[in-house]
Design a protein around this ligand. Structure first.
Ligand code: UDP
Ligand code: MG
Length: 315
């Protein structure tokens, strides 16, 4: 019989987890396939771990992995991929924003054999602050222009994938992970399933505006060299412009014998150029810091506790 693995990253989800568990069990029991629920406790500070222990005692479909600290959703998803053995694998949020009721339809589409994965995208962003939606849309436009990771606006991490795709993802063992980019980068045939945005059932979002901005910048740096190119083009442009101005000033001096004037404009130029140099250095610094982290080859996650003794504890 076919087996489906669902990976659920959880960070302080004590309110949402019972609701999610009930819903997902209802849906999975009606699907003609074996299944496994892999809950990854990402260093929660609330009662999440105890709830997961209870789940695992009363339901043998449950496997939980508990991190030694908060490693972030990307690490939690990676741990899930490394420890999932289903023929089909999906990542789902614990807050019901990825409706489990879509799963049967997603599985059906994969069964036609025409696609390797079914991905979901929100067609509305109801209930989200308008500024956040605006920045999100701009971000997707930009990253699609400057990188070869093809990312759809409103794409969620929720997608059901065949085994081959999961193996490709596990192979992409980079430390700085940006899953939306990774899913697009590995290719395969993907069906996009649209759905209306659902608000989280309980608890609070773990993303504030600052965290999202950092995530967006990480995404760009991880999948595009465009900022580096822009920096070097800008440098070349400024050099050309500087030469022209230099020639102009020398000629003016020779022809008109103009005495020195314009202290203010000189200072402005110095500050401007200084600023640009720092900015470009900063861009280089971003790439160097990523390279630095990659070169350390630190593990993505450390599992402190699990109900399955066969898990890969560090990876
Ligand atoms: N999450 C996680 N580690 C973190 C932050 C979030 O595992 O450091 C999980 C969280 O429990 C949830 C999912 O990632 O299942 C998405 O988080 P959230 O709902 O807060 O994000 P939003 O839907 O608001 O983008
Ligand atoms: Mg959410």
């Amino acid at each position: 019989m076919e087996k489906i693995s669902l990976i659920i990253p959880c960070y302080n989800e004590q309110e949402a987890l019972p609701i999610f568990f009930e819903e997902v069990t209802k849906v999975m029991d009606n699907i003609d396939a074996d299944y496994q629920l892999i809950f990854v406790n990402d260093g929660s500070k609330d009662n999440t771990l105890n709830i997961l222990r209870e789940f695992s005692e009363k339901d043998s479909h449950v496997k939980y992995l508990s991190f030694s600290r908060n490693f972030g959703k990307e690490a939690a998803m990676y741990a899930g991929f490394c420890n999932a053995d289903g023929d089909y694998v999906a990542v789902m949020d614990a807050d019901m924003q990825d409706p489990p009721s879509l799963l049967p339809q997603m599985l059906e589409i994969l069964h036609t054999g025409e696609y390797d994965s079914v991905a979901t995208r929100r067609v509305s962003r109801q209930g989200e602050p308008p500024i956040r939606s605006w920045f999100a849309r701009k971000f997707y436009k930009l990253i699609n222009k400057i990188s070869d990771a093809d990312i759809v606006d409103g794409a969620r991490d929720f997608r059901l994938m065949k085994r081959d795709m999961v193996e490709a993802i596990v192979e992409m063992s980079e430390y700085n992970r940006f899953s939306k980019g990774i899913f697009g980068w590995i290719g395969f045939r993907t069906y996009w399933l649209p759905f209306e945005n659902v608000e989280r059932v309980a608890g609070e979002t773990k993303w504030n505006f600052w965290k999202l901005t950092k995530y967006a910048i990480d995404g760009i740096i991880n999948f595009s060299q465009a900022p580096l190119n822009i920096a070097s083009w800008f440098g070349m442009g400024m050099t050309g412009f500087g030469m022209v101005v230099l020639i102009y000033i020398v000629l003016r001096r020779l022809i008109l014998g103009d005495p020195v004037a314009g202290w203010a404009s000189t200072i402005c130029i110095i500050i401007f150029i200084g600023g640009m140099q720092l900015f470009c250095l900063g861009i280089m610094g971003q790439y160097i810091s990523k390279t630095y982290m990659e070169s350390k080859k630190r593990p993505h996650y450390i599992i402190a506790e699990s109900n399955d003794s066969g898990v890969k504890k560090v990876r």
